[in-house]
Write a protein that binds this ligand. Structure first.
Ligand SMILES: N[C@@H](CCC(=O)N[C@@H](CS)C(=O)NCC(=O)O)C(=O)O
Length: 219
């Protein structure tokens, strides 16, 4: 399995899943954003986005779908929730909630507060979408008030999808506004050996491949 990755970008979701599952993989680091800083990447992924995940004939570019694929295939009754389990709907919802509801608004914050050249930045847009993201955390608070994980009462790929959005929020400096129950969940997620192993793997791979990750936190 090959994973094309930029440090702490959405490709961190499949990287974390690979580490939780203890699977062998080839991690190919790219500078961010690859569309501009690694033009040759467009030859293998015309979208220019990361992740790109390759497993034999399978090619995938949606981070939450790759997490679902890996968990369903390699850990159907543990990191994935089966269709016969009561938490099945909650797990699918969490996989999508993490990306569509919690990550998407933050991409506008990233773009209009950091990525665009100074004259194109839009502080009002960045501020509005930061608020939007923080308001959407109410959905996570409601879940965590009844259970320590987002589905099935155990750690699953759904937690990887949701907690990645919290990692991005930390990068953007929004974590100080997490409600206490979310801050506690985020601390628990960061303590997981799989999370720490994924963090270490991206540092090692950046160094050995001599890729300057241009971590978004440094922009
Ligand atoms: N919905 C996709 C989004 C992929 C995506 O937009 N990735 C971002 C990084 S977090 C990217 O590659 N941005 C650089 C660009 O758009 O050029 C997913 O969840 O993987």
């Amino acid at each position: 399995m090959i994973l094309y990755h930029c440090a702490d970008a959405r490709s961190f979701r499949p990287l974390w899943a690979l580490e939780e599952l203890g699977l062998p993989y080839d991690l190919r680091m790219l500078p961010f954003p690859p569309r501009f800083r690694a033009r040759e990447y467009l030859d293998i992924n015309p979208l220019g986005t990361i992740p790109l995940f390759v497993d034999g004939e399978t090619r995938m570019t949606e981070s939450a779908a790759i997490v679902e694929y890996l968990c369903a295939r390699h850990s159907p009754n543990d990191l994935a929730v089966g269709p016969d389990e009561p938490g099945f709907g909650a797990w699918l919802n969490a996989l999508h909630f993490g990306e569509a509801t919690l990550t998407f608004p933050q991409t506008l914050v990233l773009r209009y507060s950091r990525l665009e050249p100074a004259e194109r930045r839009q502080p009002q847009v960045a501020q509005d979408y930061a608020r939007w993201f923080l308001a959407r955390l109410k959905g996570l608070v409601a879940i965590l008030e009844t259970t320590p994980f987002v589905a099935a009462g155990r750690f699953t790929g759904g937690d990887i999808s949701v907690a990645y959005a919290l990692l991005l929020a930390q990068t953007l400096g929004l974590d100080g506004e997490f409600p206490p129950i979310v801050a506690n969940y985020w601390a628990r997620m960061q303590d997981r050996p799989g999370f720490l192993a994924a963090k270490a793997a991206q540092v090692r791979a950046s160094q050995s491949q001599a890729v300057d990750p241009l971590d978004v936190a440094k922009l």
